[in-house]
Design a protein around this ligand. Structure first.
Ligand SMILES: CC(=O)N[C@H]1[C@@H](OP(=O)(O)OP(=O)(O)OC[C@H]2O[C@@H](n3ccc(=O)[nH]c3=O)[C@H](O)[C@@H]2O)O[C@H](CO)[C@@H](O)[C@@H]1O
Ligand SMILES: C=C(OP(=O)(O)O)C(=O)O
Length: 431
């Protein structure tokens, strides 16, 4: 039997001190994909979060022919993609690619560098239907031939002759925008992407590609224009901080009460989540690159209504910790998950801890306040896991959250960073 990671949590302690917010998972993954577009030189990525998704992305980069070094203590990745040119190796195998969502972000580099790509699987959190039609339709409009091998469940992409084109997204898909951008930057001619995503990570990726020599305008407006260039250069880039990691820490302080400084967190990146937390009773103040978060535990949290939507709306990735927090608020909270059709697996787990949450389709009503009690609960996905750790920190007794791998996919040193704030939480490896 293999090893399993669990989080063991005991509730009841307020948090105080300083936490360091990691580099953004959803920015570093596309950047590892983008680094493979450079045919010469070595890309240096700094502020890389030490998370399982980064390990998987680097394994995948090596698998397709790049040379990578991960200097974990320095949080720095060095990538040399000069030998990534063998079409036989242009395969994203299920055993790596199906373990994380960001694997789909390798397709543009494979198309440009080898003329083809075979996708044997794409993973990510299980949140209901997570289609990739915008990606594949967009690649086809740029001249790729995309076919599905139904028997093996593979997608084959032939792309010897990409050129600019007019593209649109039905909804502003985050990785969809990044993938179409990366496909367009080396395609001769002009590409226009309508209804593009506005997430800060997408802007960070545009800045990275621009530093590499890409010609991109309109980032952050929803209408992006790309003029294809002949080659891109390897550069050095520092990854933005992770707004979801920051939001999870802010909500944890909101749950336990206390006063914490989040180094690297930015209120602007929290979008509507900032206003919702303020309405619940959380205090924020930004001092340069440090965000102070405080909540007086003697004042009850107020209930909240939230609807998830693309940036700057309430981020779907913060919906799970918000649900956990809402169990503590005095009154009824209403949550509408409008991005994914299956992102409420957390409700049953919180109900095992004594919460009263009713779910109907993509809407949930949380009846608070609850005195949560410790239980053995299941992390169905990354943010469910983080939200259950949050719940465990205010529950009476002990909570065991497993599988911890899913938390480790996206939060670096999660237990250690919380413990440094005074939380009673351990990451345990059991065999
Ligand atoms: C690695 C990464 O960056 N992951 C993030 C990214 O995921 P990801 O980029 O996969 O999310 P999208 O923005 O693409 O998906 C949003 C919605 O659009 C639908 N859709 C998307 C693409 C497509 O081709 N067809 C389609 O129908 C999806 O099924 C989903 O319902 O943005 C999500 C929404 O902010 C976040 O939850 C994820 O953390
Ligand atoms: C849904 C998430 O990630 P992914 O898209 O990588 O599965 C997430 O980060 O909460």
């Amino acid at each position: 039997m293999g090893q399993e990671v669990r989080y063991r949590v005991r509730g009841g302690r307020p948090l105080s001190g300083t936490a360091f917010i990691q580099g953004a998972k959803n920015a570093v993954l596309p950047m590892i994909g983008a680094a493979l577009l450079a045919a010469k030189g070595r890309t240096v990525l700094r502020n890389v979060p030490v998370i399982e998704d980064v390990y998987r992305a680097l394994e995948l980069a090596e698998h397709v022919g790049a040379k990578v070094e991960f200097h974990e203590a320095e949080r720095t990745v060095v990538i040399d993609a000069s030998r990534l040119n063998d079409p036989e190796r242009a395969v994203l195998p299920a055993e790596i690619a199906a373990r994380f969502r960001g694997s789909v972000l390798f397709v543009p580099a494979l198309m440009h560098r080898t003329g083809r790509a075979r996708i044997e699987g794409v993973g990510g959190c299980n949140l209901g239907s997570r289609n990739l039609d915008f990606h594949y339709r967009g690649f086809a409009r740029l001249g790729a031939e995309v076919t599905e091998d139904l028997e093996r469940n593979h997608i084959n992409v032939e792309a010897s002759n990409l050129r600019g084109g007019r593209l649109y997204l039905d909804t502003p898909s985050h990785t969809g925008t990044e993938n179409l951008l990366m496909a367009a930057v080396l395609a001769p001619g002009t590409t226009v992407i309508e209804h593009a995503a506005l997430e800060p990570e997408v802007i960070d990726v545009i800045n990275f590609l621009s530093a590499m020599g890409a010609r991109i305008s309109g980032g952050g407006t929803g209408l992006i224009t790309v003029e294809g260039v002949e080659e891109l250069t390897a550069v050095e880039h520092t990854i933005m901080s992770d707004r979801i990691d920051a939001g999870v820490f802010a909500m944890t302080v909101a749950a336990t009460g206390g006063e914490v400084s989040l180094v690297g967190a930015h209120l602007d990146h929290l979008g509507v989540a900032r206003w919702k937390l303020e309405q619940m009773g959380v205090g924020f103040s930004q001092e340069g690159a440090v965000l102070h978060v405080q909540r007086d535990p003697s004042v009850p949290l107020r209930p909240i209504n939230a609807v998830t939507s693309p940036f700057p709306g309430f981020a779907t990735d913060l919906q799970s910790p918000l649900m956990a927090l809402a169990t503590l608020a005095e009154g009824e909270s209403y949550i509408h998950e409008a991005i994914y059709d299956g992102r409420f697996a957390l409700a049953d787990e919180l109900n095992k801890m004594g919460a009263k949450i009713e779910v109907e389709g993509t809407r949930a009503i949380v009846h608070g306040p609850t005195n949560l009690r410790g239980a053995e609960v299941i992390a169905h996905d990354l943010r469910t896991g983080a939200a259950l750790v949050l719940a465990g920190l205010v529950a009476e007794g002990e909570t065991i959250v497993a599988p911890g791998y899913l938390v480790d996919r996206g939060h670096s040193q999660f237990a250690a960073r919380l413990a440094a704030l005074g939380a009673d939480v351990e990451r345990v490896v059991v065999s």
